[in-house]
Design a protein around this ligand. Structure first.
Ligand code: CP3
Length: 344
């Protein structure tokens, strides 16, 4: 039998001499080959829904860098679209969606049983990737966490402080919770189908978890992550789950125990030494180099990469950035980071 893939070993709780590595947004606009394929597809959403081309951009960073994992090329906003929201991307600005602020808006959404009509091409991308990825590379599927997805569905766009979602939560909690419940059920279905198509790990991105405080963090970040993880594990007991409650701060403490995730992904607002003492004590962590180092490079990139590897060397660790790599990053800095992790 071939040795288990490195990322699966880390997720199972093994401490490896060299942490496996992948990078959020590793397929993206900092790579000239990504830009070429995106141009061929026409636009971002056409790329997401074209299985051959989506598989191609997923493979590009694997060919260039030999990362230990590939992440399915798709987006967290495809689920809202499959639930019936209008979705489009404004160049240079980001996503736009039809908004949900009233019961009538919510009543127009589709039932979870109908999402596959839109999402089938995504499962096809997963099947192609399982054929084409190198044997040692782990395939990660993903979805947005319900709160983060809801912030986009309510506001119709990205918002710096998620104010429209907080307003709906405070003014019409019943509607807000009904929306979260629909997204939660849709996410369970979407992730299960990715797994059945061949995803070996799934990650739940809660990019805006940091704006939930106190009881709201418990109810709308922890609880949905627990519910999704439990449902995935009931159907697919061997599939590891990574949770990413970005900017949760102290909310990272106990997150794995409370939700059942196998690994907690850390953003770079927490120090690696703090996270080793407070989060890694419960199991595998992923992270957490500031993505700005992929722009600035130099000795600081090498020093900080080594410091993170060292801080997490006493337990299971998957090296990653604290958030996605940005379009202005230098592809050579990615190689320098990988070399620093792998000790060359
Ligand atoms: O990481 C990967 O390489 C896999 C693919 C992936 C994308 N988006 C592709 C993408 C993943 C895992 C995501 C997750 C995602 N999408 C999140 C959670 C992670 C995070 O960044 O906090 C969120 C909040 C979104 C929603 C989204 N998609 C926004 C806000 C934007 C616009 C901002 C931007 O970077 O342009 C996107 C677009 C998007 N998703 C791009 C990519 C490669 C850029 C689109 C392009 O090519 O123009």
């Amino acid at each position: 039998m071939a040795a288990a893939k490195t990322i699966l070993r880390s997720l199972a709780g093994e401490t490896l001499p060299t942490p496996p590595i992948w990078m959020m947004r590793q397929a993206g606009r900092y790579l000239p080959e990504y830009k070429a394929t995106r141009a061929q597809a026409g636009d971002f959403l056409s790329l997401c829904y074209n299985p051959e081309l989506a598989a191609e951009v997923t493979l590009q960073p694997i060919r260039r860098y030999g990362f230990d994992a590939a992440i399915l090329f798709a987006d967290i906003l495809l689920l809202p679209q499959a639930l019936g929201a209008d979705l489009w991307f404004v160049t240079g600005e980001g996503p736009r969606l039809s908004t949900i602020t009233t019961q009538a808006d919510f009543d127009k959404l589709k039932p979870v049983g109908e999402i596959d009509a839109v999402l089938n091409p995504i499962y096809e991308t997963v099947r192609i990737l399982r054929q084409e990825l190198p044997q040692e590379t782990t395939l990660i599927g993903f979805a947005g966490a319900p709160w983060t997805v809801a912030t986009y569905m309510i506001a119709g766009r990205g918002t710096p402080d998620q104010a429209p979602a907080h307003a709906l939560k405070d003014e019409n909690r019943e509607l807000f919770e009904a929306l979260l419940a629909r997204i939660t059920q849709g996410t369970i279905e979407y992730l299960s189908k990715q797994i059945e198509a061949g995803a070996e790990v799934v990650k739940i991105f809660d990019s805006w978890a940091g704006s939930l405080k106190g009881a709201d963090f418990q109810k709308y970040a922890l609880e949905p992550a627990r519910e999704i993880t439990a449902a995935i594990k009931a159907r697919h007991p061997d599939i590891p789950v990574i949770g990413f409650p970005r900017e949760a701060g102290d909310g990272y403490i106990g997150f794995a125990k409370a939700t059942g995730v196998d690994c907690v992904a850390l953003d770079n607002s927490v120090s690696a030494d703090w996270a080793a003492a407070n989060v890694q004590v419960d199991g595998c962590v992923q992270g957490n180099l500031a993505s700005s180092h992929m722009v600035t490079g130099g000795q600081a990139l090498i020093d900080e990469t080594r410091a993170i590897v060292k801080a997490f060397s006493g337990g299971p660790h998957i090296f990653n950035l604290g958030h996605g790599i940005t379009p202005d990053a230098d592809p050579d800095n990615v190689q320098r980071m990988i070399d620093a992790v792998r000790g060359q």
